[in-house]
Design a protein around this ligand. Structure first.
Ligand code: CMC
Length: 427
């Protein structure tokens, strides 16, 4: 039993219940704060605010811990598959062999997109960013799958979730194919989720495509590492959009839009571009100096995290994956040396040490995705593909919660107070 938290505000004292989760910081329940005191709390960026309760993902940023339904990310990345993690996030428990087979069969049966959706792609410019196409194509899915947009029906919610997970690789691969002027490939349901995506991306109809098992495994692991990450900006966007009762396809399109930003999912693209711009280890000090200069807006992309103030556990797995892929593909890319040396220099620099700025998952994911053959513009689209699992699981959790309400933050108003309108000829 935890004592209530006591607040003293001018002219009013209040007591508020303290809630305890299964692990992690306690939470003061301030839902009645405004009604009691007439005041709002102020927390831009939600650095101290829990917006929901959730049983999906736990992060201890100080300790560098990331758990999905209790399982450490390192164990999942090493021992499970992306489909298992998807099942786990959606259904709370790891699947039995039969449950996994059935789940994979279901996902496989939804991999094709409506044929008319393909015509949407042809309306985009060839040089459109894949994330621009993803926002549009995923949002447009609401116009095609009407039989899974009744959010009050759990069965329809699950069908929509399966459709989104299954069709995202097809849509991402189509965005890529369109950008290089090659024909779209239909899914091949004999392949794994990740193998199918590789084929739709890198295969051509004129030739048989052999999936390389090392690449397949590495990409599957990257998908696992990006599957969910608690109440980050894009997940909160999906929840906020969904809180109004919007359909799941529209909500996930909103999540994709938010993920695109360079401070979030766009960081892997920005990190690789930065490593290529640095080019050689000799130029690293110049960039470190820029990152430390208060008058320079430049930040070391792939460093720092809102929550992890210790090593990002996903970055550890990713660093290992880079080595495996480089060895298997015999890649010799100077960008990897730049990355390794930049990491070492930054980790020993007082500025980065004091501010607890460690490499995050994106620091290495760009390097490995580039080695596999993905252009930088596709990196965030791959992140969106993987994160769709987390988004739909979080969205389902929210909609099934009887305490769920439309999200409606408050504000500290700093604009003009009431004044009278002045006619145009008097201004
Ligand atoms: N390079 C240089 N300085 C930095 C960096 C960086 N990458 N990140 C933070 N700082 C400094 C920042 O200038 C500030 O300094 P001061 O206290 O003197 O003003 C201090 O560290 C704290 O920064 P903050 O912006 O208050 O921290 P935050 O928790 O709000 O920001 C972040 C987190 C991820 C937005 C930020 O670290 C950043 O912009 N990193 C680069 C972009 C990046 O790699 N993003 C990927 C995040 S991981 C993928 C995901 O989960 O979405």
């Amino acid at each position: 039993m935890t004592d209530n938290a006591k607040f003293q505000v001018p002219g009013k004292d209040g007591e508020y219940p303290v809630l305890e989760g299964s692990v992690g910081p306690k939470v003061v329940d301030i839902r009645k704060f405004y009604a009691d005191t007439g005041m709002f709390t102020y927390d831009p960026g939600f650095t101290s605010t829990a917006s929901c309760d959730s049983g999906l993902t736990y992060i201890d940023g100080g300790e560098g811990v990331l758990l999905h339904r209790g399982y450490p990310i390192g164990q999942l990345a090493e021992q499970s598959s992306f489909m298992e993690v998807a099942y786990l996030l959606l259904n709370k428990e790891l699947p039995s062999k039969d449950e996994l087979d059935k789940f994979m069969w279901t996902i496989t049966r939804h991999t094709m997109v409506h044929e008319q959706l393909a015509t949407f792609f042809r309306g985009f410019r060839r040089d459109a960013h894949p994330m621009a196409i993803m926002c549009g194509a995923v949002g447009a899915m609401s116009a095609f799958y009407h039989d899974s947009t009744d959010i009050t029906d759990p069965q329809q919610r699950m069908i929509a979730s399966h459709r989104l997970i299954a069709k995202m690789p097809t849509i991402a691969a189509m965005a890529y194919k369109y950008s290089i002027g090659q024909p779209f490939l239909y899914p091949d349901n004999d392949l794994s989720y990740t193998g199918n995506f590789l084929r739709m991306t890198f295969g051509v109809p004129a030739e048989k495509y052999e999936v390389d098992p090392v690449i397949e495994k590495a990409l599957d692991r990257i998908f696992i590492l990006h599957a969910d990450h608690e109440q980050n900006a894009s997940t909160s966007t999906v929840r906020l959009a969904g809180s109004s009762g919007a359909n799941p396809f529209a909500c996930i399109a909103a999540g994709i839009a938010c993920l695109w930003g360079p401070a979030h999912g766009g960081a892997n693209e920005a990190a690789l571009n930065m490593l290529r711009e640095i080019g050689t280890p000799e130029r690293i000090p110049e960039y470190i100096a820029r990152a430390k200069n208060k008058d320079d807006p430049f930040r070391l992309m792939g460093f720092g995290h809102r929550v992890y103030k210790n090593y990002d556990p996903r970055a550890t797995v990713m660093q290992q994956t880079v080595r495996e892929v480089f060895k298997a593909m015999d890649v010799k890319d100077p960008v990897f040396d730049v990355a390794l040396q930049l990491e070492e220099i930054a980790l020993n620099d007082d500025y980065f040490v004091e501010k607890k700025l460690f490499p995050n998952v994106d620091f290495y994911s760009g390097v490995v995705l580039s080695a596999i053959g993905f252009p930088t513009a596709m990196f965030t689209a791959l992140f969106a593909l993987a994160r769709t699992v987390g988004w739909v699981a979080q969205w389902n959790e929210m909609i099934s919660d009887p305490a769920q309400k439309i999200g409606r933050p408050r504000q500290l108003y700093t604009g003009p107070t009431q004044r009278d309108y002045v006619a145009l000829d008097k201004r």
